[in-house]
Design a binder for this molecule. Structure first.
Ligand SMILES: Nc1ncnc2c1ncn2[C@@H]1O[C@H](COP(=O)(O)OP(=O)(O)OP(=O)(O)O)[C@@H](O)[C@H]1O
Length: 606
């Protein structure tokens, strides 16, 4: 199911990814459907719509699909393409009437058929609003727009949101750090003012205490622990040697986060070039990692599984000097089943040095029950650090039970605008396509992350959207520019993953389709939209996904796709203090009726 190299596999993926339950239905309906489809294709040929715009590759998909896929699926696949095209055709009518050629297209959407389409039960004329005149006549309406379930009206509740101030008034210069550290922060990392969590955490860690740190996504937690680590290591009376091996271990749940964290630490040690950081992650060649460990790494940034592997099989890795253990994205480390590996690392460290002779830090934007357990296992009398706005400051560093509620609160960045959209399953794909066209092709060229539930789904949507939305013929006719689509999931080679991650990090625009492998910790600058095409498993997952935008005080927006049957999830989020506005599906679909060459942006919903 992961092989997406040819078009027939595209069909195959459609079958299993989109409508898992369909095959049975297909067998029953099989022949009747083929007949119907034949008639439908004939109709389309008469209208001339596809003859005008369908590229040959799409026709091939249609042809393949006749033999392979169940009816609903084929229709869905075909309809995405045809609805995008039909809608563009509508635009052509507006701009080129009354040429004979366009007259042929005019029969695409007759008013009577449009009524049937029920694109919006409340606004039956919404197509006309954007499509211009539609002369009377025969027409074919994509069945996508017919017989969809009513979209429930969602009563908007008032939600008491928790907010954290991102920045504090304090500067790094006020924190008693080495002058070279401050200069480096200002000149190379371009940071002067501390964030609230940095202001709280850095002094605590410089005092040698353990800490449990919770603060919102994109609030600078990486520097909050890595500055004290580097500061303490550079301050050692006896200058540390590379050959000493690790003094600090940072454990993170994903390889991309390890690479990103390693990059930050590498910048931090620039003035202290005798301190050597290194990245140990799965997917890299073990031999090369062994060689680097043999040479010596003072700050190891690692994923737990691979580090355990080296502790057992790489003799040169000695843990006797480890003074720091950092568990970043602690709850995710547990979710991903790393508890056993973390226990193994902890017991390895305790055997060599005892548990009190080491500073331990646990960090996350959300803390779960499991994290409490992990904290009990790894932290000694920790200071709990939260920076939620409405807490009195004296309560922000405490070990008391009262503070528990503060730790458990969900906080989203103040600059994050959150939306949900209710879309029936038949219209999900076309709505996604319309949204991407709107934001990335015809509107401003935004940078967007789309979260999907499985690796196969990422592959499928990547293949489909890349081909359908970047059609050269369409671009010549309707304008717009190529959208760069990339994909990221755990079943890609490490080399591919790293390349995609680095490229997307640098990119100014584009769409990254990904699984939750990109949900935690990653800082991808300039991302302005986060789409969640499938409901996240929990409010926690929602927060981390949405937190890939609106970072460090910047603006960002998140959109959650929900089926009408999933509308209760809005309430679940509301009970977790997450407030969202509804975005109307019609508003997104209208994008398909706007021709970029008109640059009629006023009509594009904002
Ligand atoms: N004091 C600061 N001033 C300006 N930018 C900062 C500051 N501290 C960190 N940053 C930048 O903010 C971005 C986000 O930081 P970071 O990735 O550490 O956030 P985080 O809190 O770990 O987020 P998440 O919970 O999603 O992992 C980084 O690009 C970092 O360089």
């Amino acid at each position: 199911m992961t092989n997406m190299d040819n078009e027939s596999s595209l069909e195959l993926n459609l079958v299993s990814d989109t409508y898992v339950g369909a095959p049975g239905k297909a067998t029953k309906q099989g022949r009747g459907w083929r007949e119907k489809k034949k008639r439908r294709n004939q109709k389309r040929t008469y209208t001339g719509a596809h003859a005008h715009t369908s590229p040959s590759k799409w026709r091939k998909v249609e042809a393949d699909s006749d033999d392979e896929a169940p009816p609903d699926l084929l229709q869905s696949n075909q309809d995405v393409k045809s609805s995008v095209k039909d809608s563009k055709t509508v635009q052509t009518q507006r701009t080129s009437l009354p040429s004979p050629k366009s007259k042929k297209k005019e029969v695409q959407l007759s008013p009577s058929k449009r009524k049937e389409a029920k694109l919006s039960p409340s606004k039956p004329d919404s197509i006309t609003e954007h499509g211009g005149k539609f002369p009377q006549g025969k027409g074919v309406i994509s069945s996508l727009f017919r017989y969809n379930p009513e979209i429930p009206v969602v009563a908007q509740e008032t939600v008491q949101e928790n907010k954290e101030e991102v920045f504090s008034a304090e500067k790094f210069g006020d924190l008693n750090l080495h002058p070279f550290m401050i200069k480096n922060l200002e000149e190379n990392l371009m940071v002067t003012k501390t964030t609230s969590v940095q202001k709280e955490a850095i002094p605590v860690l410089l005092q040698g205490k353990d800490a449990l740190v919770k603060s919102q996504t994109g609030s600078g937690k990486t520097l909050a622990y890595s500055i004290p680590v580097v500061h303490c290591l550079q301050a050692k009376k006896q200058k540390i040697q590379r050959s000493d091996g690790p003094y600090a271990i940072v454990l993170v749940p994903t390889r991309e986060l390890a690479i990103q964290t390693h990059d930050v630490i590498q910048k931090l040690v620039k003035p202290f070039c005798w301190i050597v950081p290194g990245c140990i992650i799965g997917g890299e060649r073990r031999k090369a990692e062994k060689a680097r460990l043999r040479k010596g790494i003072n700050i190891i940034v690692a994923t737990p599984g691979r580090l355990v592997d080296h502790t057992q099989n790489t003799q040169s890795l000695q843990l006797g000097r480890v003074e720091w253990l950092i568990l970043d994205e602690a709850d995710r480390l547990l979710d991903m089943g790393f508890e056993k590996d973390i226990r193994a690392i902890l017991s390895g460290l305790n055997d060599r040095r005892g548990s009190t002779d080491r500073q331990n830090v646990l960090l996350s934007a959300t803390l779960s029950e499991g994290v409490e357990r992990l904290a009990g296992m790894s932290l000694n009398n920790p200071v709990k650090i939260t920076v939620t706005k409405d807490l009195p400051s004296e309560k922000q560093q405490t070990n008391s039970e009262e503070d528990k509620s503060a730790e458990e609160r969900f906080v989203t960045p103040a600059e994050l605008k959150q939306h949900f959209i209710l879309v029936p399953s038949k219209l999900r794909l076309v709505t996604l396509a319309a949204f991407i066209l709107w934001k990335c092709k015809f509107g401003s060229h935004e940078k967007m992350l789309v979260f999907l539930s499985t690796q196969d789904s990422v592959d499928f949507h990547h293949h489909l959207l890349k081909n359908v939305l970047n059609d050269e013929d369409d671009e010549a006719e309707f304008g717009g520019h190529d959208i760069t689509f990339s994909r990221l999931h755990g079943n890609m080679t490490q080399q591919e993953r790293t390349e995609v991650f680095q490229q997307f990090r640098e990119a100014r625009s584009g769409v990254l389709l990904c699984t939750d492998v990109a949900a935690r910790g990653l800082h991808l600058p300039k991302v302005s939209w986060i789409l969640q095409y499938n409901t996240p498993g929990s409010a926690t997952d929602y927060i981390h996904r949405a937190g890939r935008t609106a970072r460090i005080g910047r603006q960002g927006q998140a959109l959650l796709f929900l089926l009408p049957s999933e509308v209760e999830f809005v309430k679940v989020l509301a009970t977790n203090n997450i407030s969202m506005e509804e975005m109307a599906m019609d508003e997104v679909l209208k994008t398909l009726f706007i021709n970029s060459k008109d640059s009629d942006k006023k009509k594009t919903p904002r």
